[in-house]
Write a protein that binds this ligand. Sequence first.
Ligand code: GLA
Length: 348
Amino acid sequence: MPETFESVFGQPPEVRASAPGRVNLLGEHTDYQGGFVLPTAIPQRTEVDLGRNGTREHVLYSANLGRSLRVPVGEVGSDFAPYLTGCFALCGVQEGLNAFITSDVPSGGLSSSAALEVATLRALRELYHLDLDDVQLALLGVRVEHEFVGVRSGVMDQMASSLADTQTLLLIDTRSLERRPVPLPPNSEVLVIDSGVPRRLAESGYNERRAQVEEASRLLGVKELRDVTDLSQLDVLPPLLRRRARHVVSENARVQEALGADAARFGQLMNASHASLRDDYEVSTPEVDRLVGLLQAHPDVYGARLTGAGFGGAVVALVRQGRAGEVARAVLPAYTAATGIQGKQVVP
Ligand code: GLA
């Protein structure tokens, strides 16, 4: 029997909520410089069930880990606790809660953190009848990352988890937060593979990249790199910052060009995005490059690249409609033969 809130806490929860992971098709590492992103929700979700426990302590049970954390009300705790206690703090929770968490969102590149935050915030919104719309809720999730987890993430993941569906891409202008659904190019579908590469130094590497592009925009005298449209403006930067900034500026242009592009062109833009993430932003790994290369070489693949923050994690490909399973079956054994690592098809 799978565990439930009832089996762990001996009574039913007061509220149940869930939220999906996301995969980003194009627009990587642009969302903390006011840029454009193009994510979609994935079918995998994180569920958070909550109930008051009448004590001064939160009991947070992770079904995936098979263990619970106990955190006094008003404290943050460690391990996975901050993702929940951060939400509790920002929503003004003053009493002990029992939480049951279960998820099939793979960790690494598919926003398992945002899914946990958005699910927790949805549960709190329902439990306490909070007056929060889906954008405000997403922005609270971002604050949890910044203030409680210690990652200075952009807004894409929580916005996607809170607002995207699995049927269309969601174009988000991360400066204005304006957004609109964008269909996938005709005759294409999305394939997502978890590379199985454990993410190393992802948080410090992420914060370092963010600091570098903030420094670049400061040196250029612009508010954000979103405001740079001509790559030659970057020539005044020192070499490392120039490469970092070139990724962000060129990635924004790729997202714009992808809107309305056919599958072949969209795929080329994804390939160019990967090269830029690998060479200019340096957030790929040799194994991920291998997986992306195998995908790009397959005749049914329009384009492929790493997705999410990088440093390991997941890979996304745009493939000929109806061919995703076939592509995964061809590429995964070759990837394992080359790297000794087991990858896994996540979507579809
Ligand atoms: C992580 C962050 C996002 C975004 C991506 C890279 O997923 O949480 O805000 O910056 O990396 O595009």
